[in-house]
Design a protein. Structure first.
Length: 510
């Protein structure tokens, strides 16, 4: 059971809830915080002073006074009118993460929501109901209004939700798990949708997966280094010590660890080759910079997960209600664009190593790693696939946050596009996973041609993990199936697990 208080949620806990279906409760401190902020809202209900979102309309309609009898309808209509998303539904893990993060932000005690409404959100999580949330429609300020509205709809018994893999009406989903719809009181509809939790949820899971992918990228690079009979000299710790970026230091250490005790490298220790191509020699600098970017994104995401991103904000210690801009997604947008570039570069350098192994003029290996060139094409077309994915990433990596479009009759005249950036980061991540899987597949084939010489202990463990699922390519067969098999091992963690069982833990960002 994870206890939330608005201040101490971790990325690991988000993953436990989003993917492991861990149960969530509100801490005693969180309950006190929610009750204190709600008490302020209750006091304001009879006030004649306009308070945004409580006794006024929203956005450009904030100058319109809403009388007490109309305020419940105001909150309901807010959710109905703002649920304007389009496109495929967000994955279950993203929606569950967003629900957790929204609840965590609410219990921080600055949103004025009732405790029972927050409990309802957590009940949906606990009972396996997750709203159908279209992935497109948020500009990232005032937060993720549209997608969060699709979550709030289900609390009202509206919209649609998934339960046991079935897409049903929101009312049917609630009835199936024994819950009654909520009628939102003053400020509650606004409290549920005025925040950055969709972009932060997508971003958090992308960062988590990116950190894990960095280990696989280092393993793939080490396999390629061995297959190409490169040198470990460029990874000497003295080089990184005089340019001490943490990611570079970690990558050099990983590559040395992975290739330790290599008989392949011993075999050409005194050859005339002075230095390797950049895709091998500069792996610590390139992979390392991406690791540093992942760490920076993680820091921002963990701050955002524990932030109050509502508007207006209720300050129980003074009784003030202050309108601000914490819903603006710029912090998340910027690091998601940074993460996009960092991941795209991992794919780019990986593809260059793939090309080098397949080009007999560069590799000293059989053309396209087949024993029967001409009759067989070997792994030739795997590089085409990697090149296509890398090229697609170049388009996706264009920064989303620099492209602002005003909304709400120019009241909201600068927006972050943070949710677009986060979704693109997730897509680039998926492409790079496939590129790394291709590199591992190709490197494993290259290593086969160097037998009986054996690679370093870590590389040997990775090679064995791949060969347990994909046999050596004796003659042409469908490479898509082999790529899918290695991809499955990579995403499932089997390759990293077997490597670390053999040589100990590899270093990661953050």
């Amino acid at each position: 059971m994870i206890s939330i208080d608005g201040n101490s949620l971790t990325l690991g806990e988000v993953v436990q809830v989003a993917r492991g279906r861990e149960k969530v409760e509100i801490s005693p401190a969180g309950r006190r915080q929610v009750a204190a902020s709600r008490a302020i809202v209750e006091k304001l209900l009879d006030s004649t002073t306009p308070v945004y979102g409580i006794s006024t309309g929203f956005g450009d309609l904030s100058q319109i006074w809403i009388s007490p009898p109309e305020r419940e309808a105001l909150q309901r209509n807010l959710i109905l009118s703002h649920a304007a998303g389009v496109g495929e539904c967000l994955p279950e893990d993203v929606v569950r993460a967003a629900m957790l993060m929204r609840a965590n932000s609410l219990v921080k005690g600055y949103s004025g929501i009732r405790p029972a409404t927050v409990e309802m959100l957590l009940e949906l999580l606990g009972r396996g109901v997750y709203p159908a949330v279209p992935c497109k429609g948020s500009v990232g300020a005032s937060g993720d209004l549209s997608p969060l509205s699709h979550i709030a709809l289900v609390l009202m018994g509206e919209g649609k939700a998934f339960i046991d893999g079935r897409l049903v009406k929101g009312s049917e989903a609630l009835a199936a798990v024994g819950l009654e719809p909520v009628a939102f009181a003053a400020k509650e509809g606004l409290a549920l949708i005025n925040g950055t939790q969709i972009m932060t949820a997508v971003g958090a899971l992308a960062v988590y997966d990116a950190a894990a992918l960095m280990k696989s990228a280092d393993i793939a690079a080490a396999m390629s280094l061995e297959a190409l009979r490169g040198t470990r000299a460029a990874y000497d710790e003295r080089i990184s010590r005089i340019r001490p970026h943490p990611g570079q230091i970690a990558t050099s250490a990983n590559l040395l660890k992975l290739t330790a005790d290599s008989r392949i490298m011993e075999s050409h220790e005194h050859c005339g080759k002075v230095q390797d191509a950049y895709s091998l020699r500069c792996a610590p600098q390139v992979h390392g910079a991406s690791k540093d970017a992942v760490r920076r994104a993680l820091e921002t995401i963990e701050i955002e997960m524990n932030a109050a991103t509502d508007n207006p904000l209720i300050f129980p210690d003074t009784g003030e209600v202050i309108s601000g801009g914490n819903f603006h997604g710029q912090p998340v947008a910027l690091v998601m664009d940074y993460l996009k570039t960092a991941l795209a570069e991992i794919g780019s350098i990986s593809e260059r190593r793939v090309n080098r192994m397949l080009d007999a003029h560069l590799s000293d290996l059989p053309p396209f790693l087949t024993a029967y060139p001409g009759v067989d094409s070997g792994l030739m077309i795997t590089q085409y696939t990697a090149a296509a994915l890398v090229s697609e990433n170049k388009v996706l990596a264009h920064p989303a946050c620099v492209d602002s479009i005003p909304t709400s009759a120019n009241q909201e005249d600068h927006v972050s596009m943070g949710t677009i950036a986060a979704r693109q980061a997730r897509e680039i991540l998926e492409n790079v996973r496939h590129v790394i899987a291709i590199e591992m597949l190709v490197a494993a084939q290259g290593l086969d041609f160097l037998k009986p010489l054996e690679p370093g202990t870590g590389v040997r463990a990775a090679h064995q993990a791949i060969r347990s699922a994909v046999p050596h390519l004796e003659e042409d067969r469908v490479p898509a199936e082999d790529i899918a098999s290695v991809y499955g091992l990579l995403v499932g963690g089997e390759i990293v697990n077997q490597v670390e069982a053999a040589i100990g833990a590899l270093q990661t960002p953050g």
